[in-house]
Write a protein that binds this ligand. Structure first.
Ligand code: NAP
Ligand code: FE
Length: 366
């Protein structure tokens, strides 16, 4: 049998209304930095619920996190954390604030820039403890040792992994996602779908992780449409599935699809989940033809077939899988290829991938 590694030190507190259990889990901490986006913190209801519970704590707010957090944001946040001598960093919001909280926690105890740690600089000191509270249902950042950051100078986006940035606990309260705009609900739901699917196809996949991945895929395929109709039970299920898909990528990572999606976000501001969605059919075609896990791709095809196929499923959410219909020009492909080929995600994709392959893959989606 194949070897199995499993490490997930995050305590998961999942369920409707369970944000009410925040205070009892924070008994050991007095000074907390809350990292959030500009509006979702209040719109989601998280601000009121957290403030009411943590009256006995010193709360410091850093609400400057924009979508796809960049290095300067992490620096700013960590300077505040150091100055205020906070003991814990709490990320409240979508993947952007949760990832930012992870980067800030790391830079609060370790000198230097995130850019260097992304390039492999050793993380010498334990990051400050992290708590995550998601308000979207997609990234799974609440249960991963990953964070995704953007370098505004080199115009590059990529993932960072370190066991020190696993949250100590996360509260996944689906009620906090009810205020998501339709687009955010769709994009993040499909991000979660791609997490499960990529983990399933990964060279790091195991039979145990495959069960988790397929479980998440079936829930998302079966519930995303009803979630968009604001069926609360369906929305709760997507929250659950995105967390499960997060566990799947903690074990097996994301693949070529995520790497190919990053330039769409960096150069065109296309939201992360949507970028993955646009490229998903082309990625599956490539894997069907070139991967060493063709039987797994067939199994996925079988699941998607129940919904009329993946292209039809995405169309129902108004997602065009043509790059030309998403504002991208063919002459940009070369730059996208150069960015994508460097990503670690390719190493765990079970196919040989050349620059020519990448060029053809992007081009095939025009
Ligand atoms: P996001 O960038 O955090 O947020 C997208 C938008 O949704 C923002 O405008 C945000 O508002 C708004 N929003 C969030 N929750 C809301 C709510 N409940 N009600 C109303 N508006 C709400 O979106 P995301 O897709 O969750 O995160 C994307 C980031 O996560 C990307 O950088 C991606 O690369 C990363 N990611 C990380 C992992 C990981 O394992 N760490 C995995 C996949 C993706 P505000 O701006 O006001 O917050
Ligand atoms: Fe993702």
């Amino acid at each position: 049998m194949k070897n199995l590694n499993f490490y997930l030190p995050t305590r998961v507190i999942f369920g409707k209304g369970r944000i009410s259990e925040l205070s009892e889990n924070l008994k050991d901490y007095k000074k907390i930095l809350i990292v959030s986006g500009k509006s979702s913190f209040k719109k989601s209801g998280a601000y009121d619920k957290i403030k009411a519970q943590l009256k006995d704590k010193k709360l410091v707010y850093f609400s400057d996190v924009k979508e796809n957090p960049d290095f300067p944001t992490l620096k700013k946040g960590s300077e505040i954390a150091r100055k205020e001598k906070v003991e814990l960093i709490m990320g409240v919001g979508g993947g952007s604030p949760m990832d930012a909280a992870k980067g800030i926690a790391l830079l609060s105890t370790n000198e230097g820039d995130m850019k260097d740690y992304m390039k492999g600089k050793e993380v010498k000191k334990r990051p400050l403890p992290i708590v995550c509270i998601p308000t979207t249902s997609g990234t799974g950042s609440e249960v991963t040792p990953y964070a995704v950051f953007t370098d505004p100078v080199s115009k590059d986006k990529g993932g960072f992994a370190n066991p020190g940035i696993f949250p100590i606990f996360s509260i996944i309260d689906p009620e906090l996602t009810y205020s998501m705009p339709d687009e955010v609900l769709i994009n993040t739901g499909i991000d979660a779908l791609t997490h499960a699917l990529e983990a399933y196809l990964s060279t790091k996949a195991t039979p145990f992780n495959d069960v988790i991945s397929i479980h998440a895929i079936e829930i998302i395929m079966g519930n995303l449409k009803d979630a968009l109709k604001r069926d609360k039970e369906a929305m709760d299920r997507i929250s659950y599935a995105s967390m499960i898909a997060g566990i799947a990528i903690t074990n097996a990572g994301t693949l070529l699809l995520h790497a190919m999606g990053y330039p769409l976000t960096v150069f065109h501001g296309i939201p992360h989940g949507k970028a993955n969605a646009i490229l998903l059919p082309a990625f599956l075609d490539f894997m069907r033809e070139n991967s060493s896990v063709k039987e797994k791709v067939e199994l996925l095809d079988g699941i998607f077939e129940e919904y009329g196929g993946i292209v039809k499923f995405l169309k129902e959410f108004n997602i065009s899988t043509r790059l030309s219909e998403n504002g991208i020009k063919e002459e940009e492909i070369k730059v996208f290829v150069e960015k994508t080929i460097t990503k670690k995600n390719l190493k765990i994709t079970p196919a040989k991938i050349t620059k020519e392959d990448l060029y053809e893959l992007y081009k095939g989606t025009f």
